[in-house]
Design a protein around this ligand. Sequence first.
Ligand code: HEM
Length: 397
Amino acid sequence: MFFFFPESRLSRSVIEDAVTAAKATVDNAYEYSRQESIDRVRRNAASPSDVLRLLKQPAGPTRTAVRAADYMDVAVKLLKRSLNRRPKRSINATGDERNNENICLTSLHTLLMREHNRLARALAKTQSSLGGERLYQEARKIMGGYFQVREGDYLLHIVGPDFIAKQLSTYLVMMKTWTPASPNVFATAAYRFAHLMFSLSSFFAPWRIVFEGGVDPILRGLVGRQAKLNTDRLFKFSAELALDLGALNMQRGRDHGLPGYNKWRKFCGLSQPRNLAQLAKVMNNTDLAKNLLNLYGTPDNIDVWLGGVAEPFVRGGRVGPLFACLIATQFQRIRQGDRLWWENEGVFTEAQRESLRETSLARIMCDNTGITEVPDRPFQYRPRGSGYTQCEDIPTF
Ligand code: HEM
C-alpha cells in the first residue's frame, strides 16, 4: 500500500515502488469497472437505461476514466504528503507551517529562536525581578533590533554597494509621512527575485533536521556552499511538486493588477525600452529580448517580475537595476518610516545601540550550535578550510 513507508529513510526505490503501486491501483480500478460493465450487459443484469448508457461509447469508459483520474489525483496528493511528512509526527515549533517550507529556513529560524532564549535566560540572571512575560518581550525587542541592524549584511549582496551607498548608508531621521508597509510591487514582484535562487529539495521535511543530525550540518552547508546562480534556469523554472513558481509569481502580479515592466522602470527613473534594440541593450542579451518581444509584443506588457529577474545584475548584487531600486527604496522606507526602527530616538539607549552594533550572525551561530569556527561574514561565501574564524575570536554581545 502506498501510504505506508518504513521508518528508515525514504530511498528512491521506495518512491518509485509507491508510484508504480499507485499507477497499478488506478489501472486495476479502470479495468475492473470496465469489465464489470461489460459483464453486467452480458448477464442482462443492467436495466434498459444502463444498456443504453453502457453502449453509448465512449461515455461509459470516459466516466470510469474520470473516476480513475480523480482517484489518481487524490492518491498522488496523499503520496506526496506521505513522502514529505512522516505520519503522526508533527514537527512545528513556530506556529506557522511556512517555517517548514524548507530545512534551511527551519534551521535559521531555530538558530534565532535559540538566540532569543539565550538572551531571555541571560536577562533572567541579571534582572531576576522581571517576570516571564517581560523577559520574553525584552528578548524579543533585542532580536527585533538585531534583525534591523544586520539586514544590511544581506542586502549588500542583493542590491550591491552602489544602492547601499545611495539609499541605505547613514540613518538620517524618521519621516513621519512615510509608511514602512510593503507595497504591492515589492511583495508580488521585486522581493520574489530569490525564487530563482534555491534548489528544489527538502520541502516540508522538518523531520530531516531531527533525524539527520540537527541544524548544525545545514548551517555549515549554508555558509560553506555557494548560493545557486539565479540565471541558469530562467525560462525553465518549474518545481517538482507541479508548482511553477515563476508562473505563479506572474499570475499573482496580474491578479494584483501590477502595472507592466516599463511603468516600473519609469518609477525608478530608468530608461523605458521601446523596441528590440533598446530592450536588447537593457537586457544585455539580444536573444532574450527577441523572445520577450515575441511573447509580449511590447516591453510595456512584460510582467514586472519576469522583466526584473531577466535584467543583468548590478555591480556586486544579485538583481538588476529595476529590482535593486525597488528593494532599496522599500528598505529605506522600512528604516525611515518606522517609529520603532532601532536607530530612531527613544527606542534603545545609546549603550544598547552600541551593543547591537556588535552583534553578528557568526556570533549567534557560535553561541547556539556546536559549531566552533565560522566565516566572520556568513553571507559572503567562503569555502570550508579557507581560514574560518574561531568562535573564541568573535566578539560576544
Ligand atoms: C525554498 C524557497 C522558497 C519557496 C519554495 C517559495 C515559495 C513561495 C510561494 C509558493 C509563495 C506564494 C506565491 C503566491 O501564491 O503568490 C511565495 C511568496 C513570496 N516569496 Fe517565496 N519562496 C521561497 C523563498 C523565498 C525567498 C528566499 C524570498 C526572498 C528573499 C522569497 C520571497 C517571497 C515573497 C516576498 C513572497 C510574497 C509574500 C507575500 O506577498 O506575502 N521567497 N514564495
